[in-house]
Design a protein around this ligand. Structure first.
Ligand code: HEM
Length: 110
């Protein structure tokens, strides 16, 4: 079964729009990565300050390979530029790891 890797980004409320825009202009480098099955950017609707980048991978090895790849660096080139300029947006990030134990989808879901 697939593995789920979540990057939990702490984003002050006033920077949320900016994060959404950055993802709208994302590199797309991950899309062709071997073993990548998809991702969702989740915005909090309950007052939390953590946005989630929920990614899905064929297996642990596929995810680890992406972390070490030029594709990961390309997808995060904006962050390196920021760091060089001494800015830090988002303010924090945490990696959460899960495995899919069971799943179901409604037949009406398209
Ligand atoms: C230091 C930790 C990280 C931070 C602060 C961060 C933040 C960001 C930001 C701001 C973007 C939008 C593109 C940009 O503006 O550069 C992005 C892209 C992305 N991030 Fe991260 N990220 C981090 C690590 C990770 C990790 C560990 C994962 C996977 C669980 C991940 C998954 C993604 C994906 C899938 C994209 C889209 C890349 C593409 O289009 O190729 N990120 N990240």
């Amino acid at each position: 079964m697939a593995v789920i890797k979540i990057n939990a980004l702490t984003v002050p409320e006033e920077s949320g729009q900016q994060l959404a825009e950055r993802f709208a202009a994302r590199a797309g480098a991950v899309d062709g990565q071997e073993g990548f099955e998809g991702f969702e950017l989740l915005r909090p609707t309950d007052g939390r300050s953590q946005w989630l980048v929920l990614t899905r991978w064929r297996d642990e090895a596929a995810f680890e390979a992406w972390l070490q790849s030029p594709s990961f660096r390309e997808g995060h080139a904006g962050l390196r530029r920021e760091a060089q300029q001494g800015e830090t947006h988002p303010t924090n990030s945490e990696l959460w790891s899960y495995e899919v134990i069971q799943s179901s989808e409604s037949p009406d879901h398209s």
